[in-house]
Design a protein around this ligand. Sequence first.
Ligand code: NAP
Length: 283
Amino acid sequence: MIVLGLTGYPLGHSLSPRIHQVALDHCDLKGNYALYPVAPDNLQGLRELLEQMRIGEITGLNVTIPYKRTIMAWLDTLTPAAQAIGAVNTIFMQNGQLTGGNTDAPGFLADLHKFLDSHASRKKDAKYALLLGAGGAARAVTYALLSDGWDVIIAARRAEQAQMLVDQFPQSAEHMHTIPFEASAFQNITDDLLLVVNATPLGMSPHVGKSPWPGDLPLPKRAVVYDLVYNPRETRLVCSTREAGLPAICGFGMLVEQAALAFETWTGCCVPREILFAAMEER
Ligand code: NAP
């Protein structure tokens, strides 16, 4: 019996149980994927979940806000990616050690490549990406983009948060730049941009209808837009980008990819992505 689950707080909106149940069924594996909400005033609850993993009662755990960083200190070891990113979203047992990994970064990159491949004419040698936001998801995106040869321009409303992100990747400092989260700063760089990534919550509830891109500034004409928000699937940013005749995609593919990669880590089974997408579309 494979016991999987997600911890974080709050977890009410999660699509992960559905994605993983489809994966279990497809691989003909007996098991389930449960939600383990742990309120911030009960961190002992997190430790207890990890104990359950050690004794084999839980096979694998996903971790989400607000514990992606907190939980690192309680694990035995980290994968190189989780170590570099400074965040864990997948926990598994390996050689008797409680191990923290990160599938957000490869999940984002896999989906980004699919998206860029369908707009091949937009691939260029100099790859400048503007990253809006510098929180948890931005860390994984930055790691993914740097490893894929992009220069990353980080726009954050708190300059110190953007700088912390740069400091996280000292080997790549020359490929990272920070700018204020302001229309005038965006305007200065739009000609160079091939990619804009939204890693702020603007566009999702309770910010539905809001866009991180300034309304009076034209979108960069050579760029594609990747919005990490996946609920709703068509955010204000995605809609306005398409209305401007430019390609845009939401973060639903990243969600599916990171889940599939975590599932493969826990079970060794690689689930065709179309099956997961189709099941979620039905829903
Ligand atoms: P987070 O750690 O809270 O970071 C959010 C970032 O956005 C911070 O830099 C924050 O700045 C900034 N921000 C918030 N409101 C802003 C505003 N009004 N104007 C400018 N900047 C603002 O959240 P996260 O975990 O990175 O998640 C960010 C988004 O990515 C969420 O919508 C989440 O659902 C999505 N996400 C998607 C996937 C996927 O699989 N598709 C995976 C992870 C996350 P302050 O710190 O100053 O508030």
